[in-house]
Design a binder for this molecule. Structure first.
Ligand code: GDP
Ligand code: MG
Length: 710
């Protein structure tokens, strides 16, 4: 909204400009007036539109032309005053004042004009007959009014119209010659209608109208008022009301009616609520709300945003096939000023057999945009009316900024749900096939993709220990002399070589040595095209040896030349490595069924985390606090009766925490060991039972210490 309004009065000498201002201020007609009134400021709370208003007078006798030009360029609205009993003063409106104002104002910033006929007390007839043709000729004339400074007739109205001309101008909304709404206004109101039509049936039913009314005007519409509105539309239009709801035609008609009846403020309130500025463009502040983005953090959509996007999908998936047909996609983006998704999106996310983006693919694409370009995501959510429909302050409330990755690494835990994997490999090593295979497409299906529709990103979900995560694959352009920061910053690196091409491994080795040997990012070597016969790589050592030397998992075989959709195991492994980069000894299995996976699930389970956190808290409360209390009060004699159990509690609990955390870290090792050992061997079972006894004893000791004092 505007900060203030500046009204300038111009016109021939003696038409009564100064008298009008003084009559407004003192509420009586001044007998004697100076040439020019001082500039006055009316405080916001006494003006009808609650905006501070400055009123500026002009006097030819006291001011130079230069000063007049300056005032004209500063004004938000100009009142051209004439005297109704003076023909010359009326003629001067068109012969002098309007051209002078046009010359001295910016062509782009249109200043509204108001024609003011003063001294109406002196004549019987109205000057309107002469004035109306002038109004029709100049579209910048917002309105005209006849008044009398002497009788105080229409004085406050005059200043109210002036204020309104600035705050709710007719110009951008309506074309008086055609007696119709302007096309930009129709476009904006059409978007508003579509956003408000929550079930996308082309009709605003009573619920939707009430929601609309509440969002725009903070009050619901009484049911009688709702009927009255519909009746007005019914009376004037045959297709304005359908199934007892308002159609788009009816909605537009209603707004035309508001404007024609001088109630522009109603239409403007609606437009502004939906983010439009005075030029009927969406406001930058609305599209790009502030969002703080510290370095090393990523951006993800949160629950609010996913819920909203889900409702948008449901609204447009008219045939309920859980995919967006090209027509449905166009309809979904109809509220955008341009089509945001090109054909490459269909090769970035999962699609159905017809190649249409599925629900899962749709959410993935939103996740990708949020991750790669959060400003764009805010803009898109703005077009969809997120803040209005989901009733949030701005689109920023749909975004989670993750914590600094360094903290994740320190705490060995992450709350992120999107992980980025950058894929490196020489030309033709099979990177694109790997990206497409993630979307469930085998070699045959990939051949149908047109070159100009290919994508360097692929995103979909994987399940890591029961949790759904997004894995974002990015194919890096092989010319590694021109790598950008984004090419190097990721959660996991994939190095690709073609088993059938003896010269392809060298690229992987060079990239690894140049960029990732000393970085903390985990790397995975992929032996691609594993369906082809393997040829020895022309490099100093074999890929397996290379991986062993650099403490990487052994090369993983991969092929997309399969009959069905390629296996997803490798993607789960990559996500797991991206989530737990610190876990060096890793069982590469993520089947969710074997003992390793079950243990991991258990250790990562919320229940265990809560128990752990509670235990830590109890230890602190029971052992450390009294200990410190006593330290601070060491001059007092020890209370021998209470100290021993707490000290006793301290030791086994600390040892338990130590044991538990080391167990967590050693588990992969333990598991490997168990796999190799003969499970039937008696020594193994002996050792296992001894371990179990120790654990049980420790647990029992803890239980006694903790519960006995109660
Ligand atoms: P300005 O030069 O445009 O500022 O005009 P002034 O305010 O100085 O007024 C010029 C003369 O017109 C003064 O004698 C006023 O008393 C008189 N006048 C101003 N407004 C009215 C009005 O509404 N009715 C009548 N009868 N006289 C007016
Ligand atoms: Mg004057």
């Amino acid at each position: 909204m505007r900060k203030d309004v500046r009204i300038l009065l111009v016109g021939e000498p003696k038409v009564g400009k100064t008298s009008l201002i003084m009559s407004l201020v003192s509420e009586e007609f001044p007998k004697v007036v100076p040439y020019r009134a001082e500039e006055i400021t009316i405080p916001a709370d006494v003006t009808p539109e609650r905006v501070p208003t400055h009123i500026v007078d002009y006097s030819e006798a006291e001011q130079t032309d230069e000063q007049l030009f300056q005032e004209i360029s500063k004004a938000n609205v100009i009142c051209i005053v004439y005297s109704v009993n003076s023909k010359t003063s009326i003629e001067k409106v068109t012969s002098h004042w309007i051209p002078l104002i046009t010359e001295n104002t910016d062509k782009d910033s249109r200043v509204p004009l108001i024609l003011v006929g003063n001294k109406s007390d002196l004549v019987e007839h109205s000057s309107m007959e002469t004035i109306l043709p002038i109004m029709n000729r100049y579209s910048e004339i917002e309105t005209c009014v006849e008044c009398s400074a002497k009788n105080l007739k229409n004085i406050s109205e005059l200043f109210y119209y002036a204020q309104k001309a600035v705050l709710h101008p007719t110009g951008p909304l309506y074309c008086p010659e055609r007696r119709d709404m302007k096309s930009l206004c129709v476009k904006a109101l059409t978007r508003i209608f579509k956003v408000s039509d929550l079930d996308n049936d082309g009709i605003l039913n009573d619920n939707e109208l009430n929601f609309f009314q509440r969002t725009c005007f903070n009050t619901p519409l009484e049911s009688q008022a709702l009927e009255d509105v519909k009746n007005v539309v019914r009376k004037n239009l045959s297709d304005g009301v359908c199934d007892n709801g308002l159609t788009l035609t009816g909605f537009l008609f209603l707004h035309t009616l508001f404007i024609q009846r001088g109630r522009h403020e109603t239409t403007w309130t609606v437009l502004r609520r939906f983010g439009y500025d005075d030029d009927l463009e969406l406001n930058q502040d609305y599209l790009f709300p502030p969002l703080k983005l510290p370095p090393d953090c990523t951006t993800e959509l949160n629950h609010n945003a996913y819920l909203f996007l889900q409702s948008i999908f449901d609204k447009h998936d008219k045939d309920r096939d859980c995919a967006l047909s090209p027509e449905e996609t166009r309809d979904l983006f109809d509220v955008f000023p341009y089509m945001p998704w090109g054909p490459d999106v269909n090769n970035t996310v999962c699609t159905n057999d017809q190649g249409w983006i599925t629900y899962q693919g749709y959410l993935s694409q939103w996740t990708l945009t949020t991750y790669l370009d959060v400003q764009r995501c805010l803009e898109y959510l703005g077009y969809l009316g997120y803040s209005i429909i989901a009733e949030h302050e701005s689109q920023a409330s749909g975004i989670t900024v993750t914590r600094d990755k360094k903290i994740d690494l320190q705490k060995k835990q992450t709350q992120r749900s999107v992980f980025r994997c950058n894929v490196f490999g020489d030309i033709g090593s099979g990177k694109s096939g790997f990206l497409q295979a993630f979307l469930g497409r085998n070699h045959m299906r990939q051949k149908t993709i047109r070159e100009e529709h290919r994508s360097y990103y692929a995103i979909s979900t994987t399940y890591v220990y029961g949790q759904e995560k997004y894995l974002l694959l990015h194919e890096v352009f092989p010319d590694f002399d021109s790598l950008s920061e984004a090419d190097l910053a990721c959660d996991i690196v994939c190095l690709f070589y073609d088993v059938s091409n003896p010269y392809s491994f060298e690229y992987c080795a060079t990239v690894f040595k140049q960029y990732f040997m000393d970085s903390k990012v985990p790397c995975m070597m992929i032996a691609a095209k594993s369906d082809l016969p393997e040829i020895k790589q022309m490099y100093g050592c074999s890929p397996l040896e290379f991986c062993r030397r650099h403490k990487m998992p052994p090369p993983q075989s991969f092929t997309c030349n399969t009959a069905a959709a390629p296996s997803r195991d490798i993607y789960t492994k990559l996500t797991t490595m991206a989530m737990y980069p610190h876990a060096r000894l890793r069982c590469m299995c993520t089947c969710n069924r074997c003992a390793f996976c079950l243990c991991q699930n258990f250790l990562n389970s919320e229940l265990l985390q809560t128990v752990r956190a509670k235990l830590y808290a109890v230890v602190l409360r029971r052992s450390f606090l009294p200990f410190f209390n006593r330290l601070s009060a060491s001059h007092q004699p020890h209370d021998r009766s209470s100290s021993p159990p707490q000290l006793v509690a301290f030791i086994p609990l600390i040892s338990f925490i130590f044991l538990e955390s080391s167990l967590f870290n050693c588990l992969p090792l333990f598991y490997r060991h168990v796999r190799q050992a003969d499970l039937k061997s008696s020594t193994f079972w002996l050792r296992a039972s001894a371990g179990a006894t120790v654990c049980a004893m420790l647990g029992f000791a803890m239980y006694r210490v903790l519960l006995k004092p109660r």
